[in-house]
Design a protein around this ligand. Structure first.
Ligand SMILES: Nc1nc2c(ncn2[C@@H]2O[C@H](COP(=O)(O)OP(=O)(O)OP(=O)(O)O)[C@@H](O)[C@H]2O)c(=O)[nH]1
Length: 510
């Protein structure tokens, strides 16, 4: 196509215009020896551009050139180019310009129009072609050039109807043959979904006691290693007893329990050799004595319809989660439960409780964010009565015990519930975060005064708990401890067992 077009232009040879165009100036700067090979049917590599691609730099000898093309086809000396069917690069560049201009003109424009647009390029083409031998030019010379207004019709060979093949897809649409088992990215799988029976659990989930022990490991291992260090090769005397008492107090067990342990130890072993294990055993036994009276089941008076449980505590101590766990136990036992989202401070808390209600098939009552929590508690109580619920559990917003305003709101909730039933709320549960330590002691003190807390649940005993504080709280307040939380899951709420807890703190087995 290119050469035939040039040939056509060639037949229109004209005088060179007087002024030199920028294109021409550039062309003139180039070595006349710059050439590209034009084979009969040239197929250039994709990265080569006929008009603007890297030119082959042929030296005097006409051979050196650092291009892919040269490596593939060694070039002859410049003066013999045409003998080998080669044309100068300058010709191709001028031709490209002419073609580009022609392409921008309206279809049907004559060659004169092209010349008007780019006289210099046409002139350059003509000039160069005049120097080329006839045989490298295309044989089909026509005397007129015009840009066809319609593409030439392609003559198709006649085909019998049966021979008509479906239209062939375009090259882009031709799909690569697909491998039989495609390799999918990580996280995907193929094939029909297979419902497999649950595999035999080889690695059993940790028992709640193991989780409790793990949670209390920090307390227990610290204690036991210090006790062992204290009693290695030492007889039990006043000094070691005092040191032991200090250790126990540091472990949050409280002065009272610490003294119980040292008194018992002194009465049994004073002046004798004592091992760390002896001390741990006595410690576990004394702690269990403190905890046993408070390890009680949560008593439900189902003559009340509903039995109202109000759940209070500092932010994040696990109120909402514990309510979900309790609801699961109760509704699982066939009781009709309603959950009331009295934490009107936090949208997420309302949503969280709703999810727990759905999950445990409990009734749910909520209100809008920022609404009066006492009003919601009242409505919940009425609705739970109307629906004959067995248990109503009311969530409340977490609050710091030193925020008087919030504590007053809590007082109001209790008062309002009491209007519908003087005994309500029948249970006021406080959640305590086992990772808190000493602060939990004052939390109980204050919530007990404001909301009449009459039972405790210690949560997060599976974490890095400082469970010693529960012993101190129990010794001081003697409030029932109903459950302990040993995880975030619905089943991770265990009845509180004094012996187990005492053993876990002392680092002993169950
Ligand atoms: N590991 C562990 N995490 C718990 C336990 N109980 C609650 N949590 C987590 O503690 C976080 C706080 O629990 P929530 O139930 O939202 O506490 P809350 O007291 O209702 O919080 P506020 O609404 O902010 O007052 C959540 O991430 C719970 O999943 C537990 O026994 N073990």
């Amino acid at each position: 196509m290119a050469l035939s077009f040039i040939k056509k232009v060639f037949t229109f040879g004209k005088d060179k215009p007087a002024e030199t165009s920028a294109v021409e100036a550039e062309l003139e700067q180039r070595s006349p020896n710059e050439v590209l090979p034009v084979a009969d049917d040239p197929v250039l590599p994709e990265e080569m551009d006929m008009a603007g691609g890297p030119a082959a730099d042929i030296g005097e000898g006409g051979v050196e050139a650092p291009s892919i093309l040269e490596e593939a086809v060694p070039l002859p000396p410049a003066d013999q180019m045409s003998d080998f069917g080669l044309v100068p690069l300058s010709l191709l560049e001028a031709e490209a310009e002419v073609e580009e201009v022609a392409g921008e003109l309206p279809s049907g424009s004559s060659v004169d129009a092209i010349e008007d647009e780019t006289p210099n390029a046409v002139e350059a083409v003509v000039e160069i072609i005049e120097t080329l031998p006839e045989e490298i030019l295309a044989p089909d010379v026509e005397d007129d050039i015009s840009i066809p207004s319609t593409p030439p019709a392609v003559e198709m060979p006649d085909k019998a109807e049966d021979d008509i093949l479906p239209a062939e897809p375009s090259e882009a649409a031709i799909e690569e043959p697909r491998p039989e088992s495609p390799i999918l990215p990580k996280g995907f799988a193929t094939g029909p979904k297979v419902v497999e029976p649950a595999p035999v659990v080889l690695q059993r989930k940790l028992s709640w006691f193991q989780r409790l022990r793990n949670g209390l490991a920090r307390t227990s291992s610290q204690l036991t290693s210090q006790i062992t260090a204290l009693f290695t090769k030492r007889k039990l005397d006043d000094e070691t007893l005092q040191d032991l008492e200090d250790l126990l107090i540091q472990a949050d067990l409280g002065v009272e329990t610490a003294m119980r342990v040292t008194d018992t130890l002194a009465s049994e072993r004073y002046g004798k050799d004592v091992t760390g294990e002896d001390v741990s055993r006595i410690m576990a036994s004394e702690i269990a004595k403190v905890l046993k009276p408070v390890a009680k089941p949560l008593q439900l008076d189902l003559s009340h319809k509903p039995h109202v449980i109000l759940v209070v505590g500092v932010n994040g101590t696990g109120k909402t989660t514990t309510i979900g766990k309790l609801a699961a136990k109760l509704s699982g036992a066939g009781l009709k439960v309603m959950l009331a989202a009295g934490d009107t401070f936090r949208a997420a808390a309302i949503e969280q409780l709703k999810i727990w209600a759905d999950r445990t098939k409990s009734e749910f009552i909520g209100t809008k964010l920022g609404a009066d929590a006492a009003g919601l508690a009242y409505d919940a109580f009425e609705q739970a009565k109307a629906k004959k619920c067995d248990v109503l559990i009311v969530d409340t917003a977490g609050r710091l015990q030193n925020k008087a305003e919030l504590m007053a709101e809590l007082e109001k909730i209790v008062r309002v519930l009491g209007k519908l039933d003087p005994d309500a709320p029948h249970t006021v549960l406080q959640t305590l975060d086992a990772t808190t330590g000493q602060n939990a002691l004052s939390q109980v003190e204050i919530f007990r005064n404001v909301a009449g807390v009459n039972g405790l649940i210690m949560t997060k005993l599976d974490g890095t708990a400082r469970g010693g504080i529960l012993v101190a709280i129990s010794a001081k307040h003697k409030l029932p401890v109903y459950f302990i939380g040993v995880g975030e899951g619905v089943e991770d709420l265990e009845p509180f067992e004094a012996e187990d807890f005492a053993h876990a703190i002392a680092g002993l087995g169950q």
